[in-house]
Structure formats: structure tokens, C-alpha cells
Design a protein around this ligand. Structure first.
Ligand SMILES: C[S@@+](CC[C@H](N)C(=O)[O-])C[C@H]1O[C@@H](n2cnc3c(N)ncnc32)[C@H](O)[C@@H]1O
Length: 277
């Protein structure tokens, strides 16, 4: 078993289970003032729901202005996982394309040069080792035009604490690798942003506390299988993965049930709006 193996996603399952992220898309996009003609890059776009929504704004040419007067906007989604990428890529059409690459290789993957008006990322950067974050932010800066906007959502310090306690302990008992997540504080991340050439004037790097809705046991199971347990199963063979999954589900159903009968989760998000110098 290698702790270096990549997390394996199941695109079909993830696309059924990301509604808890989509519920926050509207407020995430609001400060960007998106309009037709902008070029937008979504890093770690998963199965492509958010870039598809954004393409409907920037690449539609429907702002009340005649289409011919609006320059062609575009959304590019970058996603490394083969299964998530395949689901996203089925959405491709004029004004919306997908590139299979890691954030660490962003500039080369999208052609280099400061050609984007907005770079954004939702729920992806905490899957990247902390040591790589300066390089990822520097590459995001390099593809943004001067004054372009960076908008990030990622897990922040304190994210899903209770599930992690339960699962970390179980993974240790099973001899499984640690989850790769990196959940930074707002202060640490603000320092990295400054170092990569971003300004927080008129923006922010702050922690947000959210309650995410998982009404029943089936919702919790789908969440665990599609986006939580894969973090512990890098390089693990199918038999060991099945055993861990069964035990992890049973423990989580027991430990994570709230008094109101739901399995809602406490999310802590690092929420960023920054401007490239
Ligand atoms: C929870 S999903 C979020 C997907 C999507 N942004 C959304 O809002 O639904 C996390 C995504 O981060 C991607 N990811 C993991 N490591 C990455 C890396 N090094 N570079 C870019 N994306 C990465 C995963 O493949 C996965 O699709």
C-alpha cells in the first residue's frame, strides 16, 4: 500500500452527492459580478456542475445586450481525477471546456499567460498537500490578468471535526494511510495569498461556519462513500476497502446522528476573495 497513491473518485457517485456544495454556489458567485464575455477558470472542478452554470452566464451572450456586441466568454474546468473528469467533459460545448490536469501543473495545462478574468475553486484545494499551496497559488496568479479576481472555497481549520475523529481512529486500527486533507487557518492562508501576489484590499480570507443538510442515513452513506472515505483508501485493495467502508459506515451512523434525527454536518470553510496585483 502506498501513501503516495492518488485518491480515486467515482464521478457518477460524486455528481449525485454534491448538492450540499451547490447549495452555496449562489452566494459564492455573488461577489464576482459575473457577466457575458469573461474568461473564468475553475480549478478542481469535479464533475463540472459549477463551470456549466457559470458558462450559462459568461458564454451565453444573453445580458440584454445584443449577442454581437459581447465578446466571447469562456469557462475552463481543470480536474485531475479520470472518473470525475469524464463526467465533467460530457458537458463540454462552445464556451465550456475541460482539461485533465492537477492544480500543481495549472499554468502549463491551460496554456500559460495571464488570460483569465476570474480564477475560482470550490472544495478542491484542501485535497492538495499544504507544501504545494504556495506553488498552486502562484500558478493561479500567473494565469490571471492584472486586477483579476481569485475566489476560493476550501475546508478550513476545524472542518468536519467529529467525522474525522471517528474515521482517523478507525483508519489507524485498519493500518490505513492518513487522509491527505489540509485545512488551513485564515491567517496562514492570507499570508500565502500575499506571498503569491494577491491583495485582500476590498476582499477577505475568513472562516465561515455552515450546517450542511444530510437529512437521513442514506444521505450520510452517499456523502461518506462519494467524498469522505476515498481519502482513507489510497492504494488500498478492494477487500480491505470493503471492510473499512462497512465498519466506517456503521460507526458514523451511530456516532454522527444528531438529536433531531438528522446527520447534518458542521462545515468550516475558508472563504477567499482576493485581487491579483
Ligand atoms: C469535493 S470535490 C469538489 C469538486 C467541485 N469543485 C465541486 O464543487 O463539486 C474535490 C475535487 O478536487 C479534485 N482535486 C484533488 N486533488 C487535486 C489537485 N491536485 N488539483 C486539482 N484538483 C484536485 C478532486 O479530483 C475532486 O474532483
Amino acid at each position: 500500500m502506498s501513501t503516495e497513491a492518488a485518491v480515486r473518485w467515482d464521478g457518477a457517485a460524486y455528481s449525485l452527492a454534491n448538492a450540499h456544495h451547490r447549495a452555496f454556489d449562489e452566494e459564492f458567485l455573488a461577489p464576482l459580478g459575473l457577466r457575458a464575455g469573461l474568461r473564468v477558470l475553475d480549478v478542481g472542478c469535479g464533475t463540472g456542475e459549477l463551470p456549466e452554470r457559470i458558462a450559462g452566464i459568461v458564454a451565453s451572450g444573453t445580458t440584454g445586450t445584443p449577442v454581437t456586441a459581447v465578446p466571447a466568454g469562456e469557462v475552463v474546468g481543470v480536474e485531475p481525477d479520470p472518473s470525475n473528469f469524464a463526467v465533467a467533459d460530457r458537458r463540454a460545448r462552445p464556451g465550456l471546456r475541460f482539461v485533465q490536469a492537477r492544480a500543481q501543473d495549472l499554468a502549463a495545462a491551460v496554456g500559460g499567460g495571464p488570460s483569465f478574468d476570474v480564477v475560482l475553486s470550490v472544495a478542491a484545494l484542501h485535497w492538495i498537500p499544504g507544501a504545494d499551496h504556495p506553488r498552486v497559488l502562484a500558478q493561479m496568479a500567473s494565469v490571471l490578468r492584472p486586477d483579476g479576481l481569485l475566489r476560493l472555497d476550501l475546508g478550513g481549520s476545524g472542518q468536519i471535526e467529529r467525522p474525522r475523529e471517528v474515521l482517523d481512529a478507525l483508519a489507524r486500527r485498519h493500518g490505513l494511510p492518513e487522509a491527505p486533507w489540509h485545512f488551513p487557518t485564515a491567517a496562514d492562508h492570507a499570508e500565502l495569498l500575499a506571498g503569491a501576489g494577491f491583495s485582500l484590499d476590498g476582499g477577505w480570507a475568513r472562516l465561515l461556519r455552515q450546517r450542511r443538510a444530510f437529512p437521513g442515513a442514506a444521505d450520510l452513506r452517499l456523502w461518506l462513500r462519494s467524498q469522505v472515505l476515498p481519502a482513507y483508501l489510497r492504494g488500498v485493495d478492494d477487500a480491505a476497502a470493503a471492510q473499512f467502508t462497512a465498519e466506517a459506515e456503521a460507526r458514523c451512523l451511530q456516532e454522527l446522528r444528531r438529536d433531531d434525527g438528522s446527520y447534518d454536518q458542521d462545515y468550516v470553510r475558508l472563504d477567499v476573495l482576493a485581487r491579483r496585483h
